[in-house]
Design a protein around this ligand. Structure first.
Ligand code: PLP
Length: 287
């Protein structure tokens, strides 16, 4: 496996950065997770725009243009002969001293990893997953905006831990007002009648690239697509519920906090959307 590290390709065991990197010391940096489908990088430009926007918001200058970073990513994919898989792109503030001030970090560390992806087991896609809501809340957008995909993922990690403690794989996070925000690393949709609804970014949902694709496909398939606040009750009484994300794609939810959703099996609309999504990812790639 060849990993891109600051202008070079190195082996995994050589891909190391300093313990003085502020990404390590403080979670100071930004990242993206991107999919490769049949040799095509799915919506690479959208991922890169989100990365540059996250970086801009935390005053981190990425020393490459989008075009240069695109080339680096494509080269990493090619060098690893990755037909289908996952790319992790990380830009950390870089090495500095122990103080908080990023002025001591003259050069960001840039890493691109391209490898196989460990998906949820197939059985979960067939049967749907059980999820719960957890105590950890989504931080408010006026504190640290959830649109910034920063290296501070403690909220999300706590959600994952709390899900596992409850005996399930995934969970929903509410915001400080009790509205549903998103999963640990996924967006959430509910279907009621012909409405396909997902929380707005103001609820604390990341504007996921899979989420965007599903909203587009939803319109094409004739749903009324809405970004609207909703509560746990709305989730419990929805016809269908599913999660979306780069890694998870589209995964049906069969139970939420012990309430069975619909028939308890992936619903027909979720299956239609998953099918349309799987078609889109192979048709819509960039390379
Ligand atoms: N929400 C959070 C907090 C995430 O980290 C991710 C993953 O990037 C998502 C949602 C899903 O977004 P995307 O579809 O762009 O992967």
């Amino acid at each position: 496996q060849q990993i891109y590290l600051n202008g070079e390709f190195v082996q995994k065991h050589e891909a190391k950065v300093s313990v003085y990197d502020h990404g390590y010391l403080y979670g100071d940096g930004v990242f993206e997770g991107i999919r490769v489908y049949e040799g095509n990088v799915f919506r690479l430009r959208e991922h890169l725009v989100r990365l540059y926007e996250s970086a801009k918001s935390i005053l981190l200058t990425i020393p490459y243009s989008i075009e240069e970073l695109t080339e680096i990513i494509v080269e990493t994919v090619n060098r690893n002969h990755l037909h289908s898989g996952y790319i992790r792109l990380v830009v950390s503030r870089g090495e500095g001293n122990l103080g908080l001030d990023p002025a001591s970090c003259p050069k960001p560390n840039i890493v691109v990893i391209a490898e196989q992806l460990a998906l949820f087991p197939d059985e979960l896609y067939k049967n749907g997953i059980d999820i719960v809501t957890v105590p950890t809340r989504r931080n408010r957008s006026d504190v640290l905006n959830p649109q910034i995909k920063s290296l501070n993922y403690l909220n999300n990690i706590l959600v994952k831990i709390e899900a596992k403690l409850a005996g399930v794989q995934e969970a929903l996070m509410l915001n400080d007002q009790g509205y549903v925000a998103e999963g640990s690393g996924d967006n959430v949709f509910i279907i009621k009648g012909n409405k396909l609804v997902t929380p707005p970014s103001s609820a604390g949902a990341l504007e996921g690239i899979t989420r965007n694709a599903i909203m587009e496909l939803g319109e094409t398939l004739g749903f009324i697509v809405e970004e609207k606040l909703f509560t746990r009750h709305d989730v419990y009484v929805a016809d269908e519920v599913f999660l979306t994300g780069t890694a998870a794609e589209v995964i049906a939810v069969s139970k939420v906090d012990g309430r069975v959703i619909g028939t308890g099996k992936p619903g027909e609309h979720t299956n239609r959307l998953l099918k349309a999504f799987r078609q889109l990812v192979v048709e819509d790639g960039e390379k």
